[in-house]
Design a binder for this molecule. Sequence first.
Ligand code: PLP
Length: 348
Amino acid sequence: MTTTTTTDIKSLVRPNILHLTPYSSARSEFKGRADILLDANESPFDNGHNRYPEPLSTDIRMALAEIRGVDPDKIFIGNGSDEIVDQVTRIFCIPGKDNVVALPPTFGMYKVAAGINDAEFRAVTLLPDFSIPVGKLKESWDENSKILWLCSPNNPSGNLMDAAVVEELIRSFPGIVVLDEAYIDFIPEASFLPRLDEFPNLIITQTLSKGWGMAGVRLGAAYASEFIVTMLRTIKMPYNINVLTQATALAALRQPEVMRERVNTLVSERKRLERDLLTSDLVDYIFPSVTNFLLVRFSDSDRVYRHLLDRGIVVRNQSYQPNAKNCLRITAGLPEENDQLLAALREL
Ligand SMILES: Cc1ncc(COP(=O)(O)O)c(C=O)c1O
């Protein structure tokens, strides 16, 4: 078992990024009262968004710090967690030399970010029950492996990764482990966030796109050591979170009870969908899910997919993914939408 320290983490960062001087925005160059702003070439006519946004999304970080119980200096706000996936790849992977390791079937952006940044993508397929093949995974990495992507709960399978296995991997992987908790609001007790400080090489990502119901505003968060957060800030675009997003997200974060109520509704709808689908002859198997979606194996997924599409109902075809032959991923919708889905399936 290895112990990682901040010094080790520094040595994982691409040297050009480690020594980069970040862009200094007009608003961060002074301290004190600001009555008249003539420093950023903005328009002075107040329409609610004539000023540049606060660069570090501080109000949002404060709100998340309170909700999640994490120091705001250990929080980075991204334009969706998609942006964070790309930034982490850029910070740690030397193009043409380093590699990242991931466990398909899983979220597709890890591979896309590797491709954009010319990092080798090493895929180790999850076992048929979508648990982690620990021995095989450990054989896959080497001294150029900079990132291990773990997605828990995993998309598209819907299952949590075993916490003891996750811990063992964080401790033994020689680079950065990113634990993608995009769906954690559907099972908050499983989050690794309370243990963040135990692991200097851990980045936890979360999003407002799922449980919080704000995919359209584009807001994701990374939780990590202050050093890693500083690196994320160093390479971000100066104003990555626009004023409209910051205001909308903040308003929602001030009402966590609304999110919780909706999450509860979606979890019970997912359970209802599962119960009903299990009575259908078309369904071979439903993978256990702790999220707002189900991965369902049908006897003939293409036929089901086309039939639903004919009825104007779109689900996600996952048949091309490893260990997901004949599988469709179905998101829990509003109760009446789920009724329509079930009714459409009964027609077959
Ligand atoms: C596992 C996982 N991570 C990240 C994302 C992207 O989140 P965001 O909307 O914050 O970019 C998704 C979206 O489907 C996802 O499934």
